[in-house]
Ligand binder design. Structure first.
Ligand SMILES: [Mg+2]
Length: 424
């Protein structure tokens, strides 16, 4: 079973932990330079303040009732780490998906015990961190996401909803769910599904996977299986929330080597930059984190986050790598066995409505154009000739962060330097 744990109104909840007077009030958190509302409490939502709304466009009458705060990414980053720490006490398999969402695998646990187990976990997160979370359980990530949505909306679940892919209840839910409300079905593919007569999640689930693969891609085919309860979309391929981009990976083996961490952080930052450019976004802050394996109680633990604000909104991998590397310097500690490193791009904005900070120096058009061209070329090469055809920096051959493959035989047929040797 898979659980999706999602923090409720995360940024606002973080603020409320330290300012209980904000409880029950219409609270919003604004993006960098106090531009747009990027997080909202339930109360401010019901006043009609929309997500992404520029703060100055809020009706003055409503504006007076609201409490609008500047974003405090260092706080959110650290609270996120605390929530993850509690989750990791309940299963060794926690995959952080965004600043306020994690996928947990409960493989090997008794399915009947999971609702209770997750209730205990949810209460512990609240008790130890102050953050309210909702939990959705099912056998695939897509269904777990839908279950999570129900856990939030339908009070009968008390914060933990389970969706059995074979149940009548699930069927009823999918039958009334418009297909565009499924994770990863964007406007355009929804419209194309409509032309094939597929309007609800249930109709998509019942469609022929092969047929959909032909009309769309393997992604849509997998989605059909996901709706049937088969977990087949790797986390990295899940539609990312637009507001952050996260790239992390466990090392193949634990490592103490600083160079391993530096390289992992560099590669993750470059990959995140690629994703960012794909969605035509700019990031204004980057979070770097490192984790130890908390189940190795014989080793010292050291899990740290740091948020580095970027001097100007950027999608240039070189800026991201520079900031990420500086972040790593701040949290790296010698003599620790690390399990994982990652980065998260935060406070994203669109390329078109970038806001300049008061102190930011605008880049010359010429320089900007040159940088954009360089990144576009980099992306094109990597897209057409395979991931990592061109990398920034100097990756080494042997590094712990690559997937574990100590027991792999040489790649006889695909790597020139691993060809079988005929000379005796
Ligand atoms: Mg959330």
């Amino acid at each position: 079973m898979i659980a999706l744990v999602d923090c409720n109104n995360f940024y606002v909840s973080c603020e409320r932990v330290f300012q209980p007077r904000l409880e029950g009030k219409p609270v919003g958190v604004m993006s960098n330079n106090d531009g747009c509302v990027v997080a909202r409490s339930a109360e401010i939502k019901s006043l009609g303040v929309a997500m992404g709304m520029p703060a100055h466009q809020i009706d003055p009458h409503i504006r007076r009732q609201c409490i609008l705060l500047s974003s405090n990414y260092a706080l959110y980053g650290d609270m996120s780490r605390r929530v993850t720490d509690v989750l990791s006490q309940h299963t060794p398999h926690v995959d952080v998906y965004s600043i306020d969402e994690s996928f947990l695998s409960f493989e090997g646990f008794e399915p009947e015990t999971l609702t209770d187990r997750c209730q205990v976990m949810r209460r512990q997160v609240k008790r130890d961190t102050g953050i309210p979370v909702s939990v959705g359980l099912s056998t695939s990530k897509t269904l777990a996401k839908l279950a999570n949505h129900r856990a939030k909306k339908e009070s009968i679940f008390d914060g933990v909803a389970i969706m059995d892919p074979g149940s009548e209840d699930t069927r009823g839910y999918l039958q009334q769910l418009p297909v565009n409300e499924i994770w990863g079905v964007a406007g355009r593919s929804a419209a194309r599904l409509h032309t094939l007569g597929i309007e609800t999640a249930w109709q998509l689930r019942e469609a022929s996977p092969k047929h959909l693969r032909k009309h769309f891609s393997v992604v849509m085919e997998r989605l059909v299986y996901e709706l049937r309860g088969v977990d087949c979309i790797p986390l990295d391929d899940m539609a990312q929330p637009k507001k952050q981009i996260m790239v992390s990976r466990s090392f193949g083996r634990l490592t103490q080597n600083k160079t391993d961490l530096q390289e992992a952080v560099r590669v993750h930052a470059a990959r995140a930059g690629e994703k960012l450019r794909k969605q035509a976004g700019l990031a204004q802050a980057i979070m770097v984190f490192v984790r130890t394996n908390r189940f190795r109680q014989d080793l010292p633990s050291h899990s740290k986050n740091v948020v580095i604000p970027l001097p100007h909104a950027t999608c240039d991998s070189r800026d991201l790598i520079r900031a990420a590397s500086a972040g790593l310097e701040q949290i790296f500690k010698e003599g620790i066995w690390y399990q994982k490193a990652g980065i998260m791009l935060m406070d994203l904005c669109d390329h078109d409505n970038e806001q300049l900070g008061l102190l930011a120096e605008p880049m010359s058009d010429e320089k900007r154009e040159r940088n954009e061209k360089l990144m576009a070329t980099l992306d094109k090469l990597n897209r057409e000739h395979g991931k990592n055809t061109v990398r920034l920096g100097i990756p080494r051959k042997v590094n712990a962060w690559e997937l574990r493959c100590e027991h792999r035989t040489p790649r006889y047929t695909t790597k020139w330097d691993e060809l079988p040797n005929a000379i005796l």
